[in-house]
Design a protein around this ligand. Structure first.
Ligand SMILES: Cc1ncc(COP(=O)(O)O)c(C=O)c1O
Length: 342
């Protein structure tokens, strides 16, 4: 029975969902949303804060400041509240309302940047704001998740060994890329492992993380509007890019089977299923990482008005056709669902 006194002391690290019954291909999805921060970013937050404490950078009167699309902000809010620091999260208008309210409920301050930068993202504007703040008052401490080695080290120390322990025969690992902390920590760990593991980075179309044209991205978490400073592509075997429409279809397909995951999980699952469909998967052990759960996205990814306004009303029609009867029947159409007695 785990008994804790600090909110960041608990993290479920052994839970996997086998997606074979839902997608027809085996992929073990490592669920990282079961902790008090609700996401994988708790790991990076702990590592970065505790390193800053050890290095004497964080002092009792320090004010933590960080640019985050939400999940790191929530994780830092929890740690700051528990340890007695003040915390200011600099985010942008893509941050979900519920995430913002959550940070405020935990006692943090939230600043929302509304101006797009030259790459069509908000990141440059968010970072400029943080820099100005730090220059104006030396109580501000910016952990800098985009450059802080603690971000990847957290996953080298925890996420990767957790997977290695459960899957000694692992062949391929699918990892969504935002700051690339998760990607680089896992990739570095498995490079040193007893057998080769194919490291597949999953990015969103419109992200410039691995090159490519900038474009509209509405789902927070994955993708970057600049090249991630932590990224070292020599550790990455392959990059796959996923359209947001496919991300949303994957999220809804999972939700219709009772698994409500966040947007980046939809991206990882969609990219992984596409990859698996193009390879010989006999005897292959494949794992993907699900960074968070879906409740934070009820007013976006799981809200029909939001979806229709951005992607049109055809987006989920195919998905409705594909959704199988959980009792094992044939695919059900929209019409047959509307009239269950038909
Ligand atoms: C939901 C979600 N998915 C994926 C990521 C990407 O993880 P990383 O920054 O380690 O690349 C993040 C990062 O904030 C996230 O919040």
């Amino acid at each position: 029975m785990p008994v804790i006194t600090a909110p960041h002391a608990f993290n479920e690290s052994q839970l996997y969902v086998d997606l074979e019954p839902i997608f027809g291909r085996s992929l073990y999805l490592k669920c990282e949303g079961f902790n008090f921060a609700g996401s994988i970013k708790l790991k990076a937050a702990i590592e970065m804060v505790e390193t800053a404490e050890r290095d004497g950078v964080l002092k009792p009167d320090s004010i933590l400041v960080e640019s985050s699309s939400g999940n790191l902000g929530v994780a830092l809010s929890i740690i700051a509240a528990s340890k007695g620091y003040r915390f200011l999260c600099v985010t942008d208008s893509r941050c979900n309302l519920s995430t913002r309210l959550l940070m405020e409920a935990l006692g943090s301050q939230v600043h929302i940047v509304a101006d797009l930068d030259a790459n069509g993202g908000f990141l440059g504007a968010r970072i400029d704001y943080v820099r100005e703040l730090c220059a104006s008052d030396d109580r501000y401490v910016w952990l800098g998740q985009y450059t802080n080695p603690g971000n990847w080290r957290a996953h080298y120390r925890t996420t990767a060994p957790e997977i290695a322990e459960e899957f000694p025969e692992l062949d391929v690992l699918f990892i969504g890329a935002g700051t690339t902390g998760t990607l680089m920590g896992c990739a570095r760990y498995f490079r040193e492992w007893h057998r080769p593991v194919r490291i597949v980075a999953v990015d969103s179309v419109g992200s410039v993380a691995f090159g490519g044209k900038p474009g509209r991205r509405m789902i927070p978490g994955l993708g970057m509007s600049m090249r991630p400073p932590l990224l070292d592509e020599s550790f990455v075997d392959e990059v796959i890019r996923v359209e947001e429409a496919d991300t949303i279809r994957a999220c809804h397909r999972l939700a219709r089977r009772g698994f409500l995951f966040g947007g980046s999980t939809g991206t990882v699952v969609s990219g992984a299923m596409d990859w698996l469909s193009r390879h010989d998967t006999r005897g292959l052990t494949a794992v993907g990482i699900a960074p968070d759960l879906g409740e934070r996205y009820l007013d976006t990814i799981y809200q029909s008005n939001w979806l229709e306004a951005l992607y049109g009303d055809e987006l989920l029609l195919d998905e409705e056709e594909i959704t199988k009867d959980p009792r094992g029947g044939e695919p059900r159409s929209r019409a047959s669902r509307r009239r269950p007695d038909a």
